[in-house]
Write a protein that binds this ligand. Structure first.
Ligand SMILES: *Cc1c(COP(=O)(O)O)cnc(C)c1O
Length: 306
């Protein structure tokens, strides 16, 4: 007879739909889940771009986006990087912002991007929908790596798009279904469960991040300190790449690991991954739920080796 709504899980499955309804409510749009943040970006790329189109990408934003678009260079989409605190270059089809940028923590000029007339995507992974809602600023599409603060426990890889218009959501859904960029039910369940504690986790991590950012500003081994004034992420500079490596290896409580937004505090030098697009001594600190004075004591003893 006729197939029911959940006839084949590559199209839709109930655990995923429940998670998407919660995510859509948080951002004020139509959400879709993916098996990674990069799966979400790839689906948006395949849906919104084509050979001959131009994409303006925020410079100093998530390095994986730049790597992906470089890798897809043969597909004939021209990618130009631009300073997202000002207007995007004229004549681009899609603008890709990040609020705030990981790891340089700049905030986009939403008005300038939206006023350009291009389709505007904003990666709001570091802000979460509790701090920045790009759809309310006029953006067309929000992207999150749900691997980070949304799930919050470093135990799942997942991604999200949230579209302002149903029609864009439907186009993305068609790409996702045909390409098979589909999150399984256990991923959807973990992301959905993480949302229950998002508000309290973020508030606690943010409180500690504010305190640590303030203390880092006065530290003798520390140069520039970047903190956007909200959320859990700080980046700061020590003298050079060697000093950054010595700080990484001296940590006792804070994990020297990549990723961000989880309950455990992590610190990582980013120069080994990103090269000269960022300062050589840049350390990215994702503040978790440990006691703030324990974290500060660990930073102080590690920075003594800088
Ligand atoms: C981690 C991250 C991504 C990629 O997400 P994955 O879940 O690792 O695929 C995209 N954007 C930002 C800002 C990130 O931090």
């Amino acid at each position: 007879g006729e197939p029911g709504r959940f006839s084949y899980a590559r199209a839709e499955h109930p655990t995923q739909v429940a998670c998407e309804e919660a995510l859509g409510a948080l951002d004020g749009g139509h959400a879709l889940l993916y098996p990674s943040g990069m799966g979400a970006v790839t689906t948006a790329f395949l849906t919104l771009l084509a050979p001959g189109k131009r994409l303006a990408l925020a410079e100093g934003a998530y390095y994986g986006h730049k790597q992906l678009f470089d890798h897809l260079g043969e597909w004939g989409v021209e990618v130009v990087e631009f300073d997202q605190t000002a207007a995007p270059p004229p004549g681009v089809d899609v603008v890709f912002l990040e609020a705030p940028a990981n790891p340089l923590l700049t905030m986009p000029d939403f008005g300038a991007a939206v006023g350009s007339g291009a389709t505007v995507i904003c990666d709001a992974t570091v802000a979460s929908p509790l701090r920045v809602r790009p759809l309310e600023q006029g953006c067309d599409l929000v992207i999150h790596s749900a691997t980070k603060i949304l799930s919050g426990h470093d135990d799942v890889i997942a991604g999200v798009t949230v579209a302002r218009e149903q029609a864009l959501r439907d186009s993305l859904h068609l790409t996702r279904r045909l390409a098979g960029i589909v999150a399984p039910a256990d991923t959807a369940w973990l992301v959905h469960r993480g949302l229950r504690t998002l508000e309290v986790r973020l508030a606690a991590q943010e409180r500690s991040a504010e305190i640590l950012a303030g203390r880092l500003v006065g530290h003798a081994q520390v140069g520039v300190v970047r903190y956007p004034g909200f959320s859990f992420m700080i980046s700061f500079d020590v003298a050079d790449a060697d000093a950054a490596a010595r700080v990484e290896r001296s940590l006792e409580v804070i994990e020297n690991a990549t990723s961000l937004g989880g309950t455990k505090t992590k610190l990582e030098g980013r120069h080994r991954w990103e090269g000269d697009r960022i300062p050589p001594g840049l350390l990215r600190l994702s503040v978790g739920l440990e006691d703030v004075d324990v974290l500060w004591a660990d930073l102080v003893q590690a920075l003594a080796h800088a």
